[in-house]
Design a binder for this molecule. Structure first.
Ligand SMILES: [Zn+2]
Ligand SMILES: [Zn+2]
Length: 152
């Protein structure tokens, strides 16, 4: 399923008008992360040179697993967006500088997905001091495990 989330920024690039964008963007699974609800996106789009300046916020909650104890972890993300984009040179050029801005079309979905994917931590922990799983009983060391503490 692919949702087209492109907006026409012709008035911004042509007439220099400012455009406010409010929309939700569904985020596909990325690595070990999934997203049960779409991102809330609020952007203002301004002309900057031949391209665009995009400022705003995106909010989404990522779901993942603690790398130590495998508990489910919900990670709320709040992104401050401040990007400038040059228009892609050629609509049919897959190696153009970006596919986010092509002609008068700004792909808000693609932009937000890229920013969220790059904001996700490489390794997720439920708490900074998560002790992981006990090798003896299999329970969470800082949770249900009642084994005597061993020093390694
Ligand atoms: Zn953990
Ligand atoms: Zn244990």
């Amino acid at each position: 399923m692919s949702v087209q989330q492109k907006i026409d920024v012709g008035v911004v690039l042509g007439a220099g008008r400012e455009l406010d964008v409010r929309q939700t963007v569904s985020i596909p699974d990325f690595g070990s992360y999934s997203f049960s609800s779409p991102a809330d996106v609020a952007l203002s789009v301004r002309r900057l040179g031949r391209g665009l300046e995009i400022e705003g916020t995106a909010d989404v909650t990522a779901s993942g697993q603690c790398a130590r104890c495998l508990d489910d972890v919900r990670l709320p993300l709040h992104l401050e967006i401040d990007e400038s984009l040059e228009p892609g040179r050629d609509r049919d050029d897959p190696l153009g500088e970006n596919n986010v801005l092509v002609g008068d079309e700004l792909d808000v979905g693609d932009l937000v997905r890229q920013l969220i994917d790059s904001a996700l931590p490489l390794v997720l922990h439920c708490t900074d001091d998560c002790g992981g799983l006990c090798p003896a009983c299999g329970n969470q060391r800082n949770g249900a495990c009642r084994c005597p503490q061993t020093t390694e």
